[in-house]
Design a protein around this ligand. Structure first.
Ligand SMILES: Cc1cc2nc3c(=O)[nH]c(=O)nc-3n(C[C@H](O)[C@H](O)[C@H](O)COP(=O)(O)OP(=O)(O)OC[C@H]3O[C@@H](n4cnc5c(N)ncnc54)[C@H](O)[C@@H]3O)c2cc1C
Length: 485
């Protein structure tokens, strides 16, 4: 009689290296069934947006290819995860299901249900960590509760042991038995058909574990040293751009942590140390977002600071559309929104500016902004997205942003002084002098006509006057603080 198989349920861990569940299954010397479930049905789930679906398709394709190189293959199934897993475990007489832990509220409930129902039916359920650096249970205040402030959270993390060393990908895997069939990836329709708007994303990214490793290596070799200063400048390729790879789990955050720490240790001090410190801190921000959502599962739709629950957001579909399409008349914002649409990604500093403009200058809800990001970002991540939007809106974990209204002109000039970034996404300004680019309405008639810019025709007039919009926001926020709402 052949040994009973173990099901490896892949989720946001689409990799073979640094995969604790897979390594544990291999150690059992049992047949292994690698499985991915497209679950559009479990209640509470935020279905992946268009850009994420494109990425998912590509990533699953490469995971399957990597499994095949090792003698296995990826089995695809669609439906509510609990039903799919119960059926497959019964049909294949699986002894166990192993998976990497997820932290979104619906996923937490699902894991509990699995333990309850499948363990009861004699199928062992084992959950492994690997998607975060630190587990929510391990980072606690002295009173045992969760942290709400990043600085304290970060300090607590530095007192915990550094993440464990990496686990190598298995060299070979057992063959999946004939008869264990699944869906065809193409049948899932994750790729847009008509029109196909993915060419910009395909040019910018290489989804999959190999692409993630290549990004990390390039970052360490070329960007880490200057990361601390270059990460402020959207016109420079200064950040790691690992966010979509981390979201889909194509690389484990602990592997990034260890590789960056090793590089800095090898260089013995200097700028590499500063860059490494800074990058590791960003990885802890990622953990912090997940911990917040884990402890406050309502954060996807309601603010952490409850006094903001009834904030008087404006409904303005035309203004929202202009923001989404990069037609606000403020070049740094339009550049960011167009970069997002073309590549599925936007630089962090620009994300802050566009988000602040939406919630403060336009007084449109952070939830509307988060929904658009969820649909268009290749790194769309429920935890990072909702917590960062809440920070900018002033209703989240970082109260310093509450009173801050980012001025797109002064911030734009600070982070893109020559207009290099703007010119790459707003071609209307290709010939406009760099010192005019942030406020084209201040350019002379001559400058505009030489650059062939006709405001209101080739490029929109600013959609709001900044001082008046700022005043309106200050009043609305003051009303919340004084309880006059
Ligand atoms: C309004 C808004 C929405 C955002 N939505 C998302 C989102 O959906 N998904 C997402 O991954 N990030 C989100 N971020 C955080 C941040 O902008 C991106 O993680 C970062 O720009 C990704 O680029 P990078 O990989 O080059 O970052 P790097 O600077 O190279 O940082 C390394 C990694 O650290 C993590 N990280 C960095 N900054 C943050 C942060 N503020 N919060 C959480 N993790 C962070 C990311 O995983 C990132 O890949 C959002 C920020 C804002 C202001």
């Amino acid at each position: 009689m052949t040994a009973q198989p173990i099901i490896i349920w892949f989720r946001q861990d689409l990799r073979l290296q640094g995969h604790a569940a897979l390594a544990a299954a291999v150690a059992m010397c049992a047949p292994i069934i690698p499985l991915y479930i497209l679950d559009d049905e479990t209640p509470g789930r935020w279905a992946p947006g268009g850009a994420s679906r494109w990425w998912l398709h590509e990533s699953l394709k490469t995971l399957d290819a990597d499994l095949r190189k090792r003698g296995s293959r990826l089995v695809l199934a669609r439906g509510p995860a609990l039903d799919v897993l119960s059926d497959l475990a019964r049909e294949t007489r699986a002894s166990a299901i192993y998976w990497s832990r997820c932290y979104e509220p619906w996923a937490v409930k699902l894991e509990r249900a699995l333990h309850r129902e499948l363990e009861g039916a004699g199928v062992r359920c084992r959950r492994f960590s690997g998607s975060l650096l630190f587990e929510p249970e391990d980072v606690r205040t002295a009173a045992g509760g969760p942290y709400r402030a990043f600085a304290h959270f970060h300090k607590a993390c530095t007192n915990i042991d550094a993440p464990a060393a990496r686990l190598n990908a298995p060299a070979t895997l057992p063959r999946v038995a004939d008869g264990v069939d699944g869906d065809r990836l193409e049948a899932w329709g994750l790729q847009p058909a008509k029109p196909d708007w993915t060419s910009g994303m395909a040019a910018a990214w290489t989804p999959g574990e190999k692409g993630a490793r290549a990004r990390l290596d390039k970052f360490i070799a070329e960007r880490l040293e200057n990361y601390q200063s270059a990460r402020e400048l959207p016109g420079v390729d200064g950040t790691s751009q690992l966010s979509p790879h981390l979201h889909f789990g194509e690389i484990a955050p602990r592997d990034v942590w260890n590789a960056v720490s090793r590089a800095a240790a090898g260089a013995k001090g200097g700028k590499l140390d500063e860059g490494a410190e800074c990058l590791l801190r960003e990885l802890v921000w990622r953990d912090f977002s997940h911990h917040l959502l884990f402890h406050w599962p309502h954060l996807t739709s309601t603010p952490l600071r409850t006094e903001y629950a009834n904030f008087p957001w404006r409904e303005d579909a035309d203004a929202l559309r202009a923001w989404q399409e990069g037609r606000t008349g403020y070049p740094i914002i339009d550049a960011g929104m167009r970069e997002l649409w073309a590549t599925g990604w936007m630089h962090h500093r620009v994300r802050m500016i566009v988000a602040s403009f939406l919630v403060k200058h336009l007084l449109i809800s952070w939830q509307s902004g988060a929904e658009w990001f969820h649909d268009t970002l290749v790194d769309a991540d429920l935890a990072s997205n909702c917590t960062n939007w809440q920070v900018v809106a002033g209703c989240g974990a970082d109260t310093a942003e509450e009173n801050r209204i980012i001025n797109p002109l002064s911030q734009g000039r600070a982070i893109d002084p020559e207009g290099v970034y703007i010119k790459s996404w707003v071609p209307e300004f290709a010939k406009l002098p760099g010192n005019r680019i942030h406020a084209p309405w201040q350019a002379s008639e001559d400058e505009l006509s030489q650059a062939r810019v006709r405001l209101g025709e080739t490029y929109p007039e600013p959609m709001v006057k900044l001082p008046a919009a700022r005043e309106r926001a200050l009043k609305a926020y003051a009303a919340i603080k004084t309880g006059a709402q």
